[in-house]
Design a protein around this ligand. Structure first.
Ligand SMILES: [Zn+2]
Length: 264
């Protein structure tokens, strides 16, 4: 069997839990077959830091530029200019992470919606792919996205955790779907297993969302609570089992999709 090449389309490698061993984490990911990673930008400073990190590992790391719905209340005209400026850099391969999160409501919902719409405008103007987060806000999310979908380029709903009808609505809007270790979680991910097969293989990508969402079915268990990109093959394996698919063919499809989607 050929060595698998995987791409982690969402990892928060600028998170301070990686401050002491970031390079080791990146090298361990490469050894595990994770040949390219997209560093998520989730705030103004975070997007800058993500780009700086990506520039240290050309062609292996790339970044996104955006403001997460949790941080939407910080979004202002300076942030908007910064994201626009970052979007011109070759290592920035998508706008986001943006979207709506009504589960935590860390930022007021009206500000989440306006920050989302302003970043939609940046994605339209730059023509870059769009990296989206949605939790417990499906109806508003769809209503806003639908309004602009025709003007947007490629769109991924990252860390999809919704229901089957919600999945179909995202697919109907021509979105790609990012799957994380959520499906490895016997408490919260079980509902998703039965419809993972419904995602067309040309729409599917995989991600760890490191350092969050360490796969709960990981064996042997790790002492650390931290998730890492080197654990991506575990998510691939779980997803392949849900889809009755060989891991190798799923690896090839998701890697091909990620390269086409982010134009790597
Ligand atoms: Zn997210």
């Amino acid at each position: 069997m050929r060595a698998m090449e995987l791409i982690d389309i969402g990892c928060n490698l600028t998170h301070d839990s990686f401050d002491n061993d970031r390079d080791t984490v990146i090298e361990a990911a490469h050894e595990a077959g994770v040949v390219q990673m997209i560093i998520t930008g989730a705030s103004a400073e975070g997007s800058l830091a993500a780009l700086e990190l990506a520039q240290k590992w050309p062609q292996q790391l790339f970044s996104t530029a955006g403001v997460h719905p949790h941080r939407a209340s910080e979004y202002n005209s300076d942030t908007d200019s910064l994201i626009r400026e970052l979007s011109e850099n070759d290592a920035v391969v998508a706008i986001g992470e943006t979207g709506l999160d009504y589960f935590r409501d860390f930022s007021p919902r009206n500000l989440q919606r306006s920050s989302f719409e302003q970043q939609i405008q940046i994605a339209i103007d730059s023509g870059l792919p769009f990296f989206l987060h949605q939790r417990d806000a499906h109806d508003d999310f769809v209503a806003i996205l639908k309004e602009y979908r025709d003007k947007l380029n490629a769109v991924v709903v990252h860390c999809f955790t919704g229901s089957k009808p919600e999945l179909y609505e995202c697919l109907d809007m021509d979105c790609h779907i990012g799957i994380t270790g959520w499906i490895c979680d016997e408490r919260r991910g079980t509902h998703m297993k039965e419809f993972m097969q419904d995602i067309p293989s040309g729409r599917l990508m995989i991600e760890t969302d490191s350092p969050y969402l360490k796969p709960r079915n990981l064996r042997p268990k790790l002492k650390s609570h931290r998730n890492e990109p080197r654990l991506l093959p575990w998510i691939l394996g779980t997803l392949a089992a849900c889809r009755n698919e060989h891991p190798q063919s799923l690896a090839e499809a998701t890697t091909r999709n990620a390269r086409a989607f982010f134009r790597l």
